[in-house]
Design a protein around this ligand. Structure first.
Ligand SMILES: Nc1ncnc2c1ncn2[C@@H]1O[C@H](COP(=O)(O)OP(=O)(O)OP(=O)(O)O)[C@@H](O)[C@H]1O
Length: 251
């Protein structure tokens, strides 16, 4: 469904990506791994329309989406989370999810401010939908907590609840386990599987190999801007080139 075709990205004299091609299949959890500087974040930024690639194409369901800006891609169901959690710190957990739903609501600011009856009904619907996503992420009991006071790991779950409220078809996660302890990482793995089970295709860049090998259906390995290997977790773990370039003696 999402095809990366011959992507090349040159920054000044640095070739961050060189002829990278692979296909992510619908309903899969696809991991993108590789050593620091391999080009993982650059690839994410190209897929999500933040960078304009030097060459190659990104194809979604047979349509070339390479030149679409980030806002249009979001409209097509491509949603991403960032390495650094970006929440509205002064708003409650619930309001953080409601904001995303409001921006897609047909109800204008003025009718909301004037408390018109349809606006009140819409607000109630948005609140209940947002609560549903908090329950899905397992943080409903924190709905009224100010987001800035959340423990880091719960912030990650909130970020995913908010992303799910955008009804993505493809959810791209940039290092979702960064900064989480092992208990929190287990919770994250459960949530990512639940997201996939809702029919969302997941792409994650991640350094936590235990998590990647546990939840990914397929893995793409980048090294120095090139695709080194692609396959199931088992195939990747057994690939001699991957072991020498990246996995070392960890596995
Ligand atoms: N905006 C930029 N301008 C210039 N060079 C860049 C830019 N973004 C990335 N690079 C370079 O491109 C290469 C790939 O970087 P990238 O951040 O994509 O790697 P990464 O695999 O995500 O690394 P990490 O695991 O450390 O996040 C690096 O050599 C980096 O210095």
């Amino acid at each position: 469904m999402l095809e990366i075709r011959g992507i090349k990205q040159v920054f000044g004299g640095v070739t961050a990506l060189d002829d990278v091609s692979f296909t992510m299949h619908r309903g899969d959890i696809t991991g993108v791994i590789g050593p620091n500087g391999a080009g993982k974040t650059t690839l994410f930024n190209i897929i999500t329309g933040i960078y304009t690639r030097t060459a190659g194409a990104v194809i979604l369901d047979d349509h070339d989406i390479s030149d679409l800006p980030a806002e249009r891609l979001a409209g097509l169901g491509m949603v991403r989370t960032f390495q650094n959690i970006e929440l509205f710190a002064k708003m409650t957990v619930l309001e953080n999810v409601m904001v995303g739903l409001h921006s897609r609501s047909k109800c204008g600011m003025l009718s909301c401010a004037l408390r018109m009856p349809w606006a009140v009904a819409e607000e109630r619907r948005i609140r209940s939908e947002a609560m549903g996503w908090l329950e899905f992420a397992g943080i409903a009991e924190l709905a009224q907590v100010e987001a800035g006071n959340l423990p880091f790991g719960k912030g990650r779950l909130l970020e995913l609840a908010r992303a799910m409220a955008c009804e993505p078809r493809i959810l791209l996660m940039d290092e979702p386990a960064a900064g989480l302890n092992s208990q929190e990482t287990l919770g994250l793995a459960k949530l990512i599987r639940a997201i996939r089970d809702k029919g969302v295709s997941v792409v994650l860049v991640e350094h936590d190999m235990e998590l990647v090998m546990d939840i990914c259906d397929r893995i793409v390995v980048l090294n120095l801007g090139k695709k080194l290997a692609e396959g199931t977790p088992r195939e990747i773990q057994e690939n001699a080139e991957v072991i020498s370039a990246y996995l070392g003696e960890d596995l």
